[in-house]
Design a protein around this ligand. Structure first.
Ligand code: F6P
Length: 528
């Protein structure tokens, strides 16, 4: 399936992206797409008509539209776990029927949303000053990212996120909080995750140590309502969701409660509306005009086509500082798989390494390598046309100028002649040559830009749903199951077996020599 794209990709090695613009006055508009309120510009890549046609053919052959329809119809497309994949039902605000096993799930979804709204209103109008979400992975990254992203809308209690089993995380969070006015949300789909349960028990102990009853202080968000009950959280403070909501796709439902408490139920619904609008676009637009499809295909051209193993996500929007971390889970846990749905080895690379930091901070850290390093790193820029700080327009102008400057610099680079001109007044002869070579930028490095009007709740919903569907499309084309995560299991199992070894209760015999040596070191220094 990839042969045509790979040979077209090989043929691009000898040409420059800039020249594609010189040959085609309409390139910028022909290789960009507007959907809803966003503009996705992928013209600063090597993609041309032949490559795009070959990529679209791959999407068609992989049956992306049929797989998409199967997902929205509640078919059990998570085949290794025998589950439907219906996080989209959580943002189906109109309540149109969504059937799973012959039953409409929407009444329950909307009922839970209303219960969440009621509790949020109660908390927001009470004396609660702080809400601590205890969860990890999909039970942390989504709301943590979104609470930061939507700071201008945050008018509820302060929100904190504790995820790491490292006691430093909860200790640093609790320091300074008032036990009388703090509420804990235990967010765990399974309600068995060791990090979350350990932190939740520590939170309980903290209340007790401060002489405060935990009654009314805990809320549970989980598919495992029974376990939440065993932890001592009464049913009216448990918000359940079904197994057809994957952890990393779960912020649209109960896992988003901390976000709802922060910004209020109306703004939370606006976030859902944004996601729902993207769902509609994804379902209705033809492949060639479908933003999640094009985002996926451009990414796959760079990874599976050209072999670029990583992708930098660079939001020029400081409040999206947690987006790269959020996308790491969304993309790498979903599409970091080596076998296809039927268990055969993949014949192309799996999803890329996703990483990044907000601009302009990254410019002063790792952009050096992006511009002059020996490996090509496709970059995805995100930027809002308008900021929230009307009185700081000059900041926003600088931000936007920097974002656009980076994609221009990546594409154009700087030739040896231009570099020489830059320093010709300072050096001469061999030294001029040497100095000039350090100032050459190869350029011809691909980037895309996603630009949107302003980071509102609705806009954030559109962006996150866009990325979710991009991951879906990539997974369908790879023929993998994007909705399981068996690759996290082995480490969990070994951690369980190492638990009594690192405390010295059990010997380390049977472990490899490296692990035994590390255990010995720990035991020498371990505090009692
Ligand atoms: O270990 C991986 C994982 O299962 C993620 O997929 C999930 O988001 C995270 O752990 C937390 O799981 P839970 O919500 O069940 O605590």
């Amino acid at each position: 399936m990839w042969n045509t794209v790979k040979s077209l990709a090989d043929a691009t090695q000898s040409r420059r992206i800039e020249d594609l613009f010189a040959k085609d006055a309409d390139r910028a508009s022909r290789y960009s797409l507007t959907a809803l309120d966003m503009l996705f510009d992928f013209s600063k890549t090597q993609i041309d008509d032949d490559i795009l046609a070959a990529l679209l053919e791959i999407a068609e052959k992989a049956d992306v539209p049929a797989r998409r329809d199967a997902m929205f119809a509640g078919e059990k497309i998570n085949e290794t776990e025998g589950r439907a994949v219906l996080h989209t039902a959580l943002r189906n605000l109109d309540g149109d029927a969504v059937m799973v096993d012959g039953q409409d799930v929407m009444p329950e979804v909307l009922d839970t949303l209303n219960r969440m709204s009621d509790l949020s209103d109660t908390i927001r109008s009470s004396d609660v000053t702080d809400v601590v979400n205890i969860g990890i992975g999909g039970s942390d990254l989504g709301p943590a990212m979104a609470v930061k992203a939507l700071a201008p809308y945050h008018d509820g209690p302060s929100c904190h996120f504790v995820s790491n089993v490292d006691g430093a995380d909860i200790a640093d969070t609790l320091r300074g909080l008032n036990p009388e006015t703090t509420v804990f949300i235990v967010a765990s789909k399974t309600f068995t995750t060791i990090e979350t349960m350990t932190n939740a028990r520590t939170a309980k102990a903290w209340l007790a140590d401060n002489g405060v009853s935990d009654e009314g202080r805990f809320i549970a968000l989980s598919s495992n309502v029974e376990k939440a009950g065993e932890f001592g959280i009464p049913a009216d403070r448990v918000f359940g969701f079904e197994d057809w909501v994957g952890g990393r796709y779960s912020m649209w439902g109960p896992i988003g409660l901390s976000l709802m408490i922060a910004i209020g139920p109306d703004a939370f619904r606006a976030f859902l509306r944004g996601g729902q609008a993207m769902d509609r676009h994804f379902c209705a637009a033809p492949l060639a005009e479908n933003m999640p499809v094009l985002l996926a295909l451009v990414g796959m051209f760079h990874n599976q086509g050209l072999g670029h193993a990583t992708r930098a996500v660079l939001p020029y929007d400081n409040r999206l500082m947690r987006l790269p971390a959020y996308l790491q889970q969304l993309e790498m846990e979903s599409n970091g798989k080596g076998v296809s749905m039927d268990g055969a080895d993949l014949d192309v690379n799996s999803g890329p390494v996703v990483w990044g930091e907000p601009g302009t901070n990254g410019q002063h850290a790792f952009y050096q390598l992006i511009h002059q390093g020996t490996r090509v790193i496709p970059c995805e820029f995100l930027v809002a046309a308008t900021g929230h700080e009307a009185d700081l327009q000059h900041h926003h102008d600088l931000l936007v100028a920097n974002c656009l400057a980076q994609s221009e610099a990546l594409m154009k680079g700087r030739s040896l002649d231009e570099a020489r001109d830059k320093v010709a007044d300072k050096f001469e002869g061999d030294e001029l040559e040497r100095q000039a070579r350090h100032r050459v930028f190869p350029g011809n490095r691909p980037s895309t830009t996603l630009i949107y009007p302003k980071l509102t709740p609705e806009m954030l919903g559109q962006i996150i749903a866009l990325y979710e569907h991009r991951v879906f499309v990539e997974g369908v084309i790879l023929g993998i199951n994007s909705f399981d995560q068996w690759g996290v299991e082995l480490g969990k199992e070994l951690a369980t077996s190492l638990g009594p070894i690192v405390t010295g209760e059990q010997p380390s015999d049977g472990k490899d020599a490296s692990t035994r040596g590390l255990v010995d070191y720990v035991l020498r220094y371990r505090g009692d």
